[in-house]
Design a protein around this ligand. Structure first.
Ligand code: AMP
Length: 282
């Protein structure tokens, strides 16, 4: 397993693999890897001859008041995890390698980004689409792996790949959770002991919503109302949103009469956490 910091090194390695007729999977990450990331690496390792993991805290997808500076980083830990899960190459560039002086081209999307996280994080998806496009151009993978944990991101990437005719198969992987239900996230590390306990309201409300859907509830405001009530009972929690949207358009719906995504974003203290479920997975 190799760690490289330059685009030229990635390209040289992938060229060598291609000359041998090998297939390549890409797992884009911001590092501080956990079992959620590991599941994507496992999936790529299973489907492809070689796996590249990008490990880059992308400044462009953070808003001015967000946690770019404090975002956790630990490349040694990441390297051990990637190696243990069969990854072959980590691309760990400095911001200057990805965004040279005078950088001025962006990939943006006018649909799918107007709801959910797009509302509270206005520059986020432009940053995600731009960096993922760059990573696709640098690695030119056969397949790329994204977690359903970031459900809107997955939908946006699929849409971008379709719109821009990128010849890459996008694979969505299930949410990996802690034993008590909390979705694994690099940001969980920000939580104090009390906040870690309080953060359980996210998964509890997701499980409650899933249960209601399983039992046949199709009225979205009934589901949302019950989920909100559960979250609001936790003093350390502050809801950003609890919404149910059409999977294809990311627009809110009132009745579960088509494949839908129920997504939540909740502040626990100052840490913003997300979770979700797809009705199709219930
Ligand atoms: P991040 O490093 O947070 O940008 O995440 C990199 C990739 O890992 C994204 O595709 C995420 O959706 C995915 N991911 C993060 N947490 C989880 C999780 N708990 N389960 C599954 N995938 C995850």
């Amino acid at each position: 397993m190799k760690i490289v910091k330059t685009i030229a090194e990635v390209r040289a390695q992938v060229k060598e693999w291609r000359a041998q007729g090998l297939t390549v999977g890409l797992v884009p990450t911001m590092g501080y890897l956990h079992e959620g990331h590991a599941s994507l690496i496992d999936a790529s390792h299973r489907d492809n001859d070689r796996t590249v993991v990008s490990d880059f805290v992308n400044p462009m997808q953070f808003g001015p008041t967000e946690d770019l500076e404090s975002y956790p980083r630990d490349i040694d830990h990441d390297a051990a995890l990637v190696e243990a899960h069969g990854g072959d190459l980590i691309f760990h560039p400095e911001p200057e390698e990805m965004y040279h002086d005078g950088f001025s081209s962006f990939v943006d999307m006018t649909v799918l980004t107007q709801e959910l996280c797009g509302l509270s994080r206005p520059v986020h998806f432009r940053g995600v689409c731009t960096v993922v496009s760059k990573l696709f151009n640098i690695v030119k993978p056969d397949r790329a792996y994204f977690g359903k944990k970031d459900a809107q991101q997955l939908a946006v990437i699929r849409h971008m790949v379709d719109d821009l005719n990128m010849d890459i198969e996008i694979i969505g992987c299930p949410i990996i959770r802690e034993a008590d239900g909390l979705a694994k996230s690099s940001r969980n590390t920000y939580l104090s002991e009390a906040e870690r306990k309080a953060a359980l309201v996210l998964s509890k409300s997701i499980f409650l919503g899933m249960d209601m859907v399983k039992k046949g509830e199709s009225n979205c405001s009934a589901i949302i109302g019950s989920m909100k009530k559960l979250i609001e009972a936790e003093p350390l929690a502050r809801i950003d949103y609890v919404k149910i949207v059409d999977c294809a358009t990311m627009q809110q719906i009132t009745t579960l009469d088509r494949p839908a995504l129920c997504a939540i974003a909740v502040y626990i203290g100052s840490t913003r956490l997300i979770d979700n479920f797809f009705t199709e997975d219930v």
